[in-house]
Design a protein around this ligand. Structure first.
Ligand code: XIL
Length: 319
């Protein structure tokens, strides 16, 4: 049957997946399906700071470069994830800040160099970067991260300016979870984006992770949310879609899951500014969900044996 990517090619949207690079090198079925079904890939972990610069000044691009090479061989675009985040930072950085050996001025230089080095390294190979990840709380206040504490709120504009200088062609995204619909958090992003763009800061896109849980109702006003970012002249993207449930799964839950996937994709396909729809892994075999959400799982399109679930069929029909 037709692959997701061949169906998506007729739309103006890329269909992507996060890639577990260990599985990519060790599991032939996983590798074949990554190539067959998707025309965009995101590194699930290997472009994060702790992997790229494990010791200060020592860079390890090997896993990320291997993914970029895989993507080139298979005609896939690469989403870059992520430059500024409060998680998966290298220990030398967090401990240096904690013990005061890295002060604010030095930290700002470290961040500038990190963004510049990483974006330059992948210049021309990454079409969209998640420049800042998860900078707001659900109530719309800025997250009290190491970045905010040490550098103040201007670190966000700085990050976009540095990334843009390093690769002017890459489209630069804000990215977060719980921002599918219109709510306090997505409204805070909308206000921030409007303010930054008015100041000429190169912010081009709003990334919606899309980690859903079937027990919460489907978020309201998803389409209206995408449209209000489009009205600012911005792209939108679903960047990490998965739909988890309490285990064990049953037919009702799997049907509900399929419907949630379908409705997110439907919103993307119906708003021109939505340029990519990425799932956070495509098989339950390698999902992050069981390790992070107690008692939950089976969040992906294919089961642990790579068999299609109702969600896969729903996504195919929608494309
Ligand atoms: C997750 C990965 O899937 C896990 O393998 C890792 O242990 C932790 O991070 N939001 C994000 C992603 O932006 O980077 C996270 O990825 C999932 C939540």
């Amino acid at each position: 049957h037709a692959s997701l990517r061949s169906l998506a090619a007729r739309q103006d949207v890329r269909i992507g997946t996060a890639v577990d690079t260990t599985a990519l090198s060790g599991d032939r079925t996983y590798r074949a399906l990554t190539a067959r079904e998707f025309n965009s890939v995101t590194a699930e972990n290997v472009m994060k700071w702790e992997v790229i610069e494990p010791e200060r000044g020592t860079y390890d691009w090997s896993e990320a470069d291997a993914l970029v090479a895989f993507a080139k061989r298979h005609g896939q675009a690469v989403r870059g994830h992520t430059l500024v985040w409060h998680n998966q930072l290298p220990a030398w950085l967090t401990s240096g800040v904690a013990d005061g050996s890295i002060g604010p001025a030095e930290l700002r230089r470290i961040l500038r160099d990190h963004i510049t080095t990483q974006v330059r390294h992948f210049r021309g190979d990454v079409y969209q970067w998640d420049v800042v990840n998860e900078v707001f709380n659900d109530d719309g206040t800025l997250r009290d991260s190491l970045w905010l504490q040490q550098l103040g709120p201007s670190y966000i504009a700085d990050a976009f300016r540095w990334a843009h200088a390093a690769d002017p062609r890459a489209r630069l995204f804000l990215n977060d979870y719980n921002v599918e619909g219109v709510n306090a958090k997505s409204t805070a992003y909308h206000e921030l984006a409007g303010k930054l763009r008015a100041q000429g800061v190169p912010v081009h896109g709003f990334g919606i992770q899309g980690h859903l849980d079937i027990q919460y109702g489907f978020p309201g006003d998803v389409r209206a949310n995408l449209e209000r970012f489009a009205a600012l002249g911005m792209q939108t993207a679903f960047t990490e879609v998965d739909v988890r449930m309490d285990l064990p799964a049953d037919d009702t839950k799997l049907t509900r899951q399929a419907d949630d996937y379908r409705r997110l994709l439907d919103a993307c396909l119906n708003v021109r500014s939505c340029t990519s729809f990425t799932v956070w892994g495509f098989t339950d075999k390698y999902s992050w969900v069981p390790g992070w959400f107690e008692g939950q799982g089976t969040a992906n399109l294919l089961n642990e044996d790579f068999a299609p679930k109702p969600a896969y069929d729903a996504v195919r029909r929608e494309l």
